[in-house]
Design a protein around this ligand. Structure first.
Ligand SMILES: Cc1ncc(COP(=O)(O)O)c(C=O)c1O
Length: 450
């Protein structure tokens, strides 16, 4: 067989930063996802296309919930809508038994539309319009308040309904991980949280039911959860004693990491990311140490990315190959930062759809946007990719399909591989009508001539 000609190139040698862990983990190629050929996805649904796996979502959820519930008797999980609120994804998790955790009136309405009863919704977030609080109280949602102005707003909503509404408070604290997430909720150490409870308990229209926190996201250190549990149990004890009430739920939010590659980390995620069990142990072991069985409250987790991130891939196609003036190899693909908000902090795993021989080199992967910021992967160690090669970027399931923006290009299809072995489109590609639908042009601007 005639050997394929590969154009030689001269590469300037630079010492670079010493890295004893080796160059890269981008050496793989992948021809299929769960038995479906990569090319079949793009042929049928276009390129780029997001692919989600029902099986992986269920597996990840079950792994976390079964361990959590085996370690604590009143374990509950609530799906963090903002992580991925596509109807099909939420439906899989609701079928598994997860309630809905929302942070806006829009997400609240989305959960209700899917059939989640108000009583099974946790309503979090720093901004809750008055009207949405009225609906949430009327429907019996768990509302976690963020600040003193919101306590007053919640009081007004309950007064309008003439009820005494149950509320929770979100708290923040020093868990030994910096920078500390202190902008959400009431601080424990400076007594803000206790004062908030005082204000609630003195209100004619509110009473305290629970305590909520979310200490950060992509947390690498389980001991931070241990600290959070200790401080929250201490606060709970103080509240119960002072106001003679019993707290019925504690909610430790989300924050467990996925196997994504955080920029700036040397070690591959298989080594750098601790198993989810270690995080659950930190929470449940501390709870069991600190509490008497008769006082066990319900304990919620709102785990987002650790459930869904690894259940998603993006298939995208190389549209052009370019060498930059400094010699760097670069590729232009058909998916950009408009779809990949998380590219700001992750170095995605990059796989190619075929085996390609030739010298590997560090390459930049640009998106299709006419914007300098549109860099999808700053440095991927790749063989020479011909135009038309499909790249499979992962993990993709968390935060991209909610934080994507309509900028310059349409958003593409999202498909789900179902457990019955079929593939279904769960969000069609956008069309011009989806974007111009809400727009209107004032009458006097309707005519122009060149
Ligand atoms: C209140 C709350 N709960 C849960 C989550 C989910 O977090 P993660 O995806 O890190 O698990 C978030 C995300 O920011 C959040 O703000």
């Amino acid at each position: 067989m005639k050997k394929e000609y590969i154009k030689p190139y001269i590469r300037k040698q630079t010492a670079g930063v010493m890295n004893k862990f080796g160059v890269s983990y981008n050496k793989g190629h992948r021809e299929e996802i769960e038995g479906f050929h990569i090319g079949d996805f793009t042929e049928k649904f276009g390129s780029p296309v997001f692919v989600l796996s029902e099986k992986v979502i269920r597996e990840r959820y079950r792994k976390i919930y079964s361990y959590f519930s085996s370690k604590y008797p009143k374990a509950k999980m609530s799906w963090s809508y903002k992580t991925n609120y596509l109807d099909a994804v939420c439906s899989v998790l609701h079928q598994e038994g997860e309630t809905a955790e929302v942070v806006s009136d829009f997400e609240y309405q989305k959960a209700r539309r899917l059939g989640v009863p108000g009583k099974k919704i946790i309503y979090n977030g720093p901004y809750k319009p008055l009207e949405s609080l009225i609906v949430a109280f009327k429907e019996g949602a768990m509302v976690n308040l963020d600040n003193f102005d919101e306590i007053i707003k919640a009081e007004e909503a309950a007064k309008k309904l003439d009820i005494k509404a149950s509320v929770g408070i979100r708290v923040n604290m020093d868990t030994g991980v910096y920078p500390q997430w202190s902008r959400f909720g009431f601080n424990i150490e400076n007594n803000n949280a206790f004062n908030a409870v005082k204000r609630i308990q003195h209100s004619e229209y509110l009473h305290l039911e629970g305590i909520h926190c979310h200490i950060g996201t992509f947390m690498m250190e389980p001991s931070a959860y241990k600290e959070a549990v200790k401080k929250i149990v201490q606060l709970m004890r103080r509240i119960e004693k002072e106001f003679e009430i019993s707290i019925s739920y504690l909610d430790f939010g989300g924050g467990f990491p996925s196997k994504n590659i955080l920029k700036g980390t040397y070690l591959p995620p298989e080594v750098a990311i601790q198993p989810v069990e270690n995080f659950i142990d930190a929470i449940t072991d501390t709870l069991l140490e600190e509490l008497e069985p008769k006082e066990y409250p319900e304990v919620y987790l709102e785990t987002g990315r650790a459930i869904v991130d690894e259940a998603g891939w993006l298939i995208t196609t190389v549209d052009a190959v370019k060498r930059l003036p400094d010699g760097t190899k670069s590729y232009i693909i058909d998916a950009g930062v408009n779809l990949l908000y998380t590219s700001a902090w992750y170095n995605y795993h990059v796989e190619i759809d075929r085996e390609i021989h030739g010298a590997y080199e560090n390459s930049i992967i640009y998106g299709p946007l006419c914007m300098n910021i549109d860099v999808v992967v700053e440095s991927a160690f790749l063989p020479p990719l011909p135009k038309g090669t499909r790249l499979i970027l992962s993990p993709m399931g968390a935060y991209n399909m909610t934080q994507w923006m309509q900028f310059i290009r349409y958003r593409p299809a999202v498909v789900m591989i179902l457990e019955d072995g079929t593939v279904e489109q769960i969000r069609r590609p956008e069309t011009l009508q989806d974007i111009v639908g809400p727009e209107s042009v004032p009458e006097k601007l309707k005519r122009f001539q060149f």
